[in-house]
Design a binder for this molecule. Structure first.
Ligand SMILES: *Cc1c(COP(=O)(O)O)cnc(C)c1O
Length: 432
């Protein structure tokens, strides 16, 4: 498989080079030259395949010969070695719990896959690789955990000071060793901007071998398709495919879902559920894409004012708005609606959502109201305990904290505070 840049000014590369580069040199995003089609036989008999087999079948055409079969199977098996259950919440709404991995959010899947692929690729490199990543909350922990103690890789995480939850902050600031946390006085968009600028600095890139672990990296983006297939495997109404609601920020997750759909996965409709950061919901109304400054909300991992991966969704539909509209709807949900959903679903169904899942749940409910014969799945992207500061006051109860998280909360935070200035980031990278 070859990958081209969405800006069309860089050479095509294979999976290995796309993973190592992160972003294309022309600042575009890598996109697969063809979208593979899965056989009908595979889809119809999906319930007879193990998750490991499904994941391997899905990713194999994208990796092609960049990683030998045995190694790729091992990477896939390690990536998905936790539960991903589909839980019935009401007659019409099911929750795909993506939070049973080590950092309690769906980003574990992409981060675990990418870190293992990169770990495999750098074995043959002479230079140390520095992975740079900006996080609005959950990426940092997942990437830190995935790359912790990987030989030949340094990880530098930028996060917006005071805008991540306490559990999130501990997950990315307490590991040490090859993991470095930069606490930036600014927003997530500032962090992302700094990272982007560093990647385009030719002099610095001569000295250091830099790559990104944000969801723009194909090795983080593509494995997110796995759990859409796992959901369908557990979906009993095979003659009535699900509507799938995805809490969305940078749009990597939902873009992977749409890719899976184009490859043959039966899905009725996709819903991009956003918080007050309504760039895509507005686009779906006006066909005008207007990035804005990110607004802080209680679903902070989705506080993104210029969603990087949306361009890939347009690419899938070859920029045909009419075709996109048939497959995707998008809603913007307020913090008030998020809280009342969280509270209501807990009270009436006994099911505890996290704020991101609640955004998805409410958006799905809205869609189902207008489409009463459909049934849907909301991707529950994080464990509610990760956001206990938000959840507890809403439900008026304590959220039981798992022992592993309690231990983490007791560890000492180690971060380097910096202003949102790219020169300071460069200095830090050169000092490693
Ligand atoms: C990152 C994140 C999202 C948004 O995912 P994207 O792929 O950036 O759209 C949603 N929910 C949680 C809990 C997250 O960590």
């Amino acid at each position: 498989m070859q990958y081209y840049s969405t800006n069309h000014q860089s050479p095509k590369v294979d999976f290995k080079q796309a993973t190592i580069n992160g972003q294309a040199p022309d600042k575009g995003l890598y996109f697969p030259e063809q979208i593979p089609l899965l056989s009908k036989e595979f889809i119809e008999n999906i319930a007879n395949y193990s998750n490991e087999e499904i994941a391997y079948e899905v990713i194999k055409p994208y990796v092609s010969d960049a990683i030998p079969e045995q190694e790729l199977r091992k990477i896939v098996n390690e990536t998905i070695n936790f539960n991903i259950p589909l839980i019935k919440v009401t007659d019409a709404i099911f929750s795909l719990e993506l939070y049973h991995g080590p950092t309690l959010a769906f980003k574990d899947i992409g981060a675990r896959f990418m870190s293992r692929c990169l770990g495999y690729f750098v074995k043959n490199l002479s230079k140390k690789v520095t992975v740079l990543v900006a996080t609005s909350g959950d990426t940092g922990g997942a990437v830190a955990n995935g790359f912790f103690d990987v030989d030949g890789v340094d990880v530098v995480i930028l996060y917006p000071s005071g805008k991540v939850s306490s559990v999130q902050e501990k997950q990315l600031t307490t590991l040490g060793k090859n993991i470095h946390a930069l606490e930036v006085a600014g927003t997530f968009d500032d962090c992302q901007q700094m990272v982007k600028q560093v990647f385009t600095d030719a002099a610095l890139n001569k000295k250091l071998f830099l790559t990104s672990a944000n969801s723009i990296n194909v090795a983080r983006w593509l494995p997110q398709q796995f759990y859409y297939f796992f959901a369908y495997k557990q979906w009993l109404l095979k003659n009535n495919p699900p509507v799938i609601a995805v809490p969305s920020g940078n749009f990597g997750n939902i873009c992977a879902g749409i890719l899976a759909y184009v490859s043959g996965l039966p899905v009725k409709h996709f819903i991009a559920a956003c918080n007050a950061n309504d760039i895509v919901p507005s686009f779906m109304q006006t066909e005008k894409y207007e990035p804005k400054k990110a607004i802080a909300t209680i679903s902070n991992a989705m506080d993104v004012g210029n969603p990087s991966n949306f361009i890939r969704i347009l690419e899938i539909f070859q920029h045909q708005f009419i075709d996109l509209k048939k497959v995707l709807s998008s809603y913007s949900i307020s913090d008030e609606e998020t809280k009342s959903t969280l509270q209501k679903v807990y009270q009436t169904e006994g099911y505890l959502l996290d704020p991101h899942g609640a955004v998805g749940y409410y958006a799905l409910q809205q869609y189902l109201q207008n489409n009463p014969t459909e049934k849907g799945i909301v991707l529950e992207t994080a464990h509610p305990v990760k956001f206990y500061d938000v959840v507890e006051p809403v439900i008026g109860e304590a959220v039981p904290i798992p022992v592993t998280v309690q231990q983490q909360l007791r560890l000492e935070k180690k971060s380097t505070k910096i202003a949102a200035e790219v020169d300071l980031l460069k200095q830090f990278l050169l000092s490693l």
